[in-house]
Design a protein around this ligand. Structure first.
Ligand SMILES: *Cc1c(COP(=O)(O)O)cnc(C)c1O
Length: 389
């Protein structure tokens, strides 16, 4: 059987690559799905005689390799690397790119854990950062210094669903001699392809849409710069926060349905955003698919659809927003996002409690939804009753 369809970068469509890239039939048994190679070390055929390059599972493991090849193919990269969490991937990237005295521009609505990594961890090692509104290239340009080594972008952003023009910031980064990093967690490579728009490195929390079933924590880095790919792989092995074989297998399994899931997440979210827009108790709906969203045109240019995340503000302030979260029944009250089941949360008290008092503080009357792939009618009915209809 030919395995040519497993070659990363082969001219196949996204849906096909999601299922086949990296998923070579097992050479020993023909198993169609890559087995979970739950193993730490590998028998050598004479000293240094490695079979297929496998020596020790921190350095490489066949299940993780399958996922890493798949990730590279889906983002149009030359190298994919799978980590134990999204933050482990970010840590590896930062320690690969930066040295004391370097400077990074980060978004004013960065994921809370990303902000904490800069503010509380990386800053202790002499790395400086500035916060900018990345949806406005002029704000990013004003934050650049002659030590800026990276511009960090999240689009759509969390939890305010801000949109950044990736191609515009790629131009800016190139001129500044900095790398453009895009956290593509909210969009997934099905909806948005940052490397094709000029980004240098993609970050994922595969915990979210890539895994898609709220059953695994993982992270990834993908680049199309072979030299940077080598450096990242070197640091991944040197620092060791790799994805374990079972976690890699779960993410690989989740990715096979990514395209159909993202279509349904986007469809359901569009219906819900439209309902919320008309709801008398909702004062603002943040969803890039709505024509009145300030980033709508840029989102329409760089995304295939608008994804499953919505935030909205409730009349009556913080307690009213908390009540909506508590009243929801089908929407599960919980942190995280990107699973098949719908989630609701209050960012100010939950996911974004750690950024209170900083430039990243979020409105107290904000509710965030991760819209799942259940029946849209059931989801609409649950939100209406949670809003007191
Ligand atoms: C969850 C998340 C992360 C962190 O990933 P973990 O897997 O939780 O470590 C980073 N960026 C975004 C946008 C996220 O949603």
């Amino acid at each position: 059987m030919s395995d040519e369809h497993n070659t990363p970068g082969a001219a196949r469509s996204f849906e096909t690559l999601a299922i086949h890239a990296g998923n070579t039939a097992d050479p020993l048994t023909g198993a169609v799905v890559p087995p979970i190679y739950q193993v730490s070390t590998y028998k050598q055929d004479g000293v240094g005689g490695l079979r297929g390059g496998y020596e020790y599972s921190r350095s490489a493991n066949p299940t993780r390799t399958a996922l890493e090849e798949n990730l590279a193919a889906l983002e149009g990269g030359t190298r994919g690397l799978a980590f134990a969490s999204g933050l482990a991937a970010e840590d590896c990237l930062l320690r690969t790119l930066l040295a004391p005295g370097d400077h990074v521009v980060i978004p004013d609505d960065a994921y809370g854990g990303t902000f904490r990594l800069f503010a509380k961890v990386v800053s202790r090692w002499g790395v400086e950062f500035s916060v900018a509104d990345t949806s406005d290239p002029a704000s990013v340009r004003a934050a650049l210094t002659d030590r800026t080594k990276a511009i960090w972008v999240e689009t759509p952003s969390n939890p305010l669903l801000g949109i950044t023009d990736i191609a515009a910031l790629a131009d800016l980064a190139r001129t500044a001699g900095a790398k453009l990093v895009v956290d593509n967690t909210f969009a997934s490579p099905y909806l948005q392809q940052p490397l094709a728009l000029g980004a240098d490195v993609i970050v994922h929390s595969t915990t979210k849409y890539m895994g898609g079933h709220s059953d695994v924590v993982g992270g990834a880095l993908i680049t199309n710069d072979p030299a940077l790919g080598e450096e990242l792989a070197y640091h991944q092995n040197a620092m060791g926060a790799v994805a374990g074989p079972f976690d890699a297998w779960l993410v690989l399994r989740g990715i096979k349905t990514l395209a159909v899931r993202m279509d349904r997440h986007s469809e359901n979210a569009t219906k819900i955003a439209e309902m919320l827009t008309r709801h008398p108790r909702v004062t603002q709906v943040l969803y890039p698919g709505l024509p009145e969203h300030p980033g709508h045109e840029v989102a329409a240019k760089q995304m295939r659809a608008f994804g499953g995340m919505i935030s909205f503000r409730v009349e009556g302030g913080e307690q009213a927003a908390v009540d909506v979260c508590n009243n929801a029944k089908l929407f599960t009250l919980g942190e995280s996002l990107g699973g098949v089941e719908s989630l609701i949360e209050h960012p100010g008290r939950m996911t974004h409690a750690s950024v209170a008092g900083s430039a990243l503080e979020v409105p107290a009357d904000l509710v965030r939804l991760s819209v799942g792939i259940e029946s849209a009618d059931d989801l609409l009915a649950d939100l209406r009753q949670a809003l007191g209809d």
